[in-house]
Each structure stands twice: as C-alpha cells, then as structure tokens.
Design a binder for this molecule. Sequence first.
Ligand code: ZN
Length: 114
Amino acid sequence: MPFVIRVRKEFQSAHFLTYYKGKPEPLHGHTWELEVFIKADTLDKGGIGFDFLEIQEFLDEITPDYVCLNDIFDFSPSAENLAKWFYEKIKERYPTVQKVVVWETKYGGAEYYE
Ligand SMILES: [Zn+2]
C-alpha cells in the first residue's frame, strides 16, 4: 500500500506578471509556500518512506529564495508556472513525485501534477 510523503517549505521572492488583467503588474514580494507530495511504495525497516530532511535539503538547493523570480526564469513566474517548474525539478531526484503545490498567499495558489 503506497504512502504519500508531504514536505513543505517557505521561501521569500519577488515577482511581477507581465499580462495581469491585460497590463503589467508592479513588482512585489511574497512568502511563498511550496508543498511536495512524493509517493513511497515501501518503507524501510524504520518505517520511513523518504527522509523529510533529505527532501528539505534538496528543496533548499533548488528553491529561488530572496531573488526576483523574473530575473532568473524565462517564463512568467506565476504560481502555476512555478508549480510546474518545481515538479519537473523534483521529478529528476524523486521520480515518484505526485504533485507540487505553490501557494502565492495563504488564500491562493496552484498545483501541478501529471
Ligand atoms: Zn504576486
């Protein structure tokens, strides 16, 4: 029976959207929340599917913290596009990733899965 390992991470980054309601949106920052869901079909002898800390270390490596997202991505850094980008990065390390959720605020976010 599979388990789903869930790990969350917050990061601080700025962005703006070029085509927000037909006009440019001003630069602004968020405390984003990233949540990943990784399926574990088996557990080790200690009852662990994936080590939360190892996942968090990997997320620390790939997360664009304290940057302007528009400066480092060649796509519009919406919550939707970020969720897809994180999903694809995480899948390289954790092929059983099921879903990635990116919360832009506590009230709005996007998830990506295949
Ligand atoms: Zn925003």
